[in-house]
Design a protein around this ligand. Structure first.
Ligand SMILES: [Zn+2]
Length: 308
């Protein structure tokens, strides 16, 4: 266990499944500024649970891109792929406390249940299909060789938290998976365990994860660990209003360099989009959470070089 001793410790936790785009880099800038401007540090954690699409080559490129925009961080990064035994032991502990159950649903079954006219969970959350299976039904499914996920047994608890960017956020918790049916630890478990064990006090990430945060708060309570402060940064979008993607044009540092746009200019535009002066040193001395707007930010037109 790493103790932060009252010092702000932030983290940026990319998945090494591709190249970081300017939306990712903008969130990384906020994570770094939020920690460093408070006299703390930012760690980088590699969230490579998705082994099929992750690679060391992509990881190294992501770390290099973070350094290219001027961010400093310890190079000894944690990789989730090296921590499966730790996640498994925590799932086993929760199971021994009677807090989990086996779920044999396929993705399709969950989707169909959710779409049912009288579905319990219209918001696409787990409908609880396997919650009350009898021992016999469980044995039956196991005998047929159906793989089981492990889900947390919850009571639709509601949590609210004071987000540094979004303000008051409230949401409820479903019976989310702790381990997928292919044996891989679930993101929602790994992220909570890692933030706690790394002594993270400030979590900065995209606002697409804000709705998962109540799950994390619930798990923190069950595990008896401290809840960090959260800052969910709004999405970066293309001129069509859709979440930034390759099709929007030059969206990585290399793409932009090929268009004659330097790293310094990219950093400067990203910082200004956050209501900050365009150099990292200046931004660091005046950084304020309140300057970050809660709406999506559209990349500059001249970065959008896609074919007509
Ligand atoms: Zn199920």
């Amino acid at each position: 266990m790493v103790k932060a001793n009252g010092v702000t410790r932030g983290r940026f936790a990319p998945s090494p499944t591709g190249t970081l785009h300017v939306g990712n880099l903008r969130t990384a800038l906020v994570a770094w500024l939020g920690a460093v401007s408070a006299g703390g540090e930012m760690l980088v954690r590699v969230e490579d649970l998705d082994r099929a699409n992750s690679s060391v080559e992509k990881e190294l490129r992501q770390l290099a891109d973070l350094e290219r925009i001027g961010l400093t961080f310890p190079r000894s990064v944690w990789r989730q792929s090296e921590r499966f035994a730790i996640y498994d032991s925590i799932v086993d502990d929760l199971s021994s406390r009677g807090l989990t159950y086996r779920c044999f649903c396929s993705r399709k079954e969950i989707r169909d249940a959710v779409n049912a006219p009288h579905g319990r969970n219209p918001d696409g959350i787990y409908p609880g299909t396997c919650r009350d299976l009898s021992d016999r039904e469980i044995a039956d499914r196991m005998a047929k060789g159906r793989p089981a996920a492990i889900r947390l047994r919850t009571e639709a608890e509601t949590y609210s938290f004071d987000d540094l960017v979004l303000g008051e956020v409230e949401g409820s918790v479903d019976d989310f998976a702790l381990r997928r049916n292919d044996g891989v630890p679930a993101y929602n478990l790994a992220v909570v365990v890692d933030d706690a064990q790394q002594g993270i006090t400030q979590v900065v990430r995209g606002d697409d994860l804000a709705s998962s945060t109540p799950r994390h708060l619930h798990l923190q309570q069950l595990l008896g660990v401290t809840t960090p402060r959260y800052a969910h940064v709004p999405l970066v979008v293309g001129d069509d209003g859709e979440r930034l993607a390759k099709r929007h044009g030059a969206v990585t540092l290399d793409d932009l360099a090929a268009e004659g746009i330097s790293v310094e200019e990219v950093v400067s535009v990203l910082l200004e989009s956050l209501g900050l002066p365009g150099s990292l040193d200046d931004a660091r001395s005046v950084f304020r959470w309140s300057a970050i707007t809660t709406g999506a930010w559209t990349i500059p037109r001249r970065w959008q070089t896609r074919q007509p």
